[in-house]
Design a binder for this molecule. Structure first.
Ligand code: SHN
Ligand code: NAI
Length: 190
């Protein structure tokens, strides 16, 4: 479904069930991101990585050590298929479509209805980057470039400081954005 103009979103997954099918290294990254966003992850896969088994052991997710069945989608808000096994993504997608559940298909994007992005976090800002599924390695490169442009902490701290001063001085709204740009350009060329 990558050929269409995608609609970007930030999802509240806190306390919502997310089904992850497959528990290899690619699934591991998605699961870690989902768990840190507070999702209740239900993992279905005959074999799981050491890290995923450890997360299951400490109660951060539930792991069913068997192959996917259509009933696994029951109650899920979102699903991830990450098995690399022939035909599994298609089965997950067909049943998920029937149940109106969005699916990230990491090995077979045509059998998915959502794709994940590369993320740069500068709390409270989140920059999500996508090539609409066409060039993941380039997406990673753009993420690394954005990380260099937005160094940890400085960016938001500097903007907050500017804003405190604008308020104290009653700076006109119309001049604030231009001043922020000037100040950031000056920092970048220092
Ligand atoms: C469609 C999508 C589905 C989804 O995962 O949701 C997808 C699909 C596939 N990725 C593949 C390969 C690679 N993926 C990466 C990296 C990332 N891939 C991510 C997302 C996405 N990957 C979604 C679209 C993203 C977009 O719109 O650009 C990132 C951004 C986020 C994340 O993984 O969390 C993360 C960067 C994280 C970071 O910032 O570091 C690298 C580079 C590397 O790891 O060094 C490679 C090797 C280079 C290459 O092949 O390009 C393959 C081929 C597998 C094969 O051929 O066997 C498929 C399947 C296919 O396309 O058919
Ligand atoms: N989206 C992305 O960012 C990337 C995607 N990929 C693709 O992702 C796929 C998965 O890669 P890995 O995690 O390295 O694979 P892996 O081989 O390490 O893990 C596969 C997992 O799927 C499980 N599995 C197999 N059949 C199953 C079934 N019928 N039901 C449930 N679980 C089943 C296995 O038990 C295992 O946990 C590959 O096809 C790879 O090409 C690879 C790199 C990046």
């Amino acid at each position: 479904m990558a050929e269409r103009n995608l609609y970007p979103l930030f999802l509240h997954v806190q306390d919502r069930e997310v089904l992850v099918v497959g528990a290899g290294s690619v699934a591991e990254k998605k699961v870690e991101d989902l768990v840190s966003a507070g999702a209740r992850v239900r993992l279905v896969a005959p074999r799981a990585t050491k890290r995923l088994r450890a997360l299951a052991k400490e109660g951060a997710l539930t792991h069913h050590a068997r192959a996917f069945t259509e009933a696994d989608l029951e109650g899920a808000w979102l699903a991830v298929s990450a098995t690399g096994a022939r035909g599994v993504a298609k089965r997950v997608f067909q049943e998920a479509e029937r149940r109106r559940i969005f699916v990230l298909a990491v090995d077979d994007p045509k059998h998915g209805s959502a794709i994940s992005s590369s993320v740069v976090r500068r709390d409270p800002f989140v920059v999500a980057i996508s090539s609409s599924g066409q060039a993941p390695a380039l997406t990673r490169l753009v993420r690394e470039l954005v990380e260099q442009v937005l160094p940890e902490d400085h960016w938001v701290r500097a903007a907050r400081e500017l804003r405190t001063r604008w308020r104290a001085e009653g700076a006109p709204m119309g001049s604030r954005f231009a001043e922020l740009v000037r100040s950031f350009k000056a920092r970048a060329t220092k």
